[in-house]
Design a protein. Structure first.
Length: 87
């Protein structure tokens, strides 16, 4: 193992690797792991889709400034603007 290997800035030791290996050899409760949920939480009952969008630095700065003024996330502000435009 390389001495600079870290997880969240904490060095990974041979002892930690051995403990992880022992845990894996015992096995995991697959049902418990599946219940954890993965990724970001959904926005409702329907699945949502990620859409890529290219913006200039100036456009992104304007969106971020407006979102900060309205105490919203960038995504909330963009969704709100799209809903208004599409109405």
């Amino acid at each position: 193992m390389h001495p600079d290997e870290t997880i969240n800035g904490v060095p990974v030791t041979e002892t930690q690797i051995a403990a992880w290996a022992a845990e894996a050899e015992v096995g995991y409760d697959i049902d418990a792991l599946k219940k954890r949920g993965r990724g970001r939480p959904g926005r409702g009952a329907e699945p949502s889709q990620v859409v890529a969008l290219r913006l200039t630095i100036e456009e992104l700065a304007a969106i971020d400034a407006a979102a900060a003024r309205e105490h919203k996330t960038r995504s909330e502000l963009i969704r709100e603007a799209l809903n208004i435009y599409a109405a």
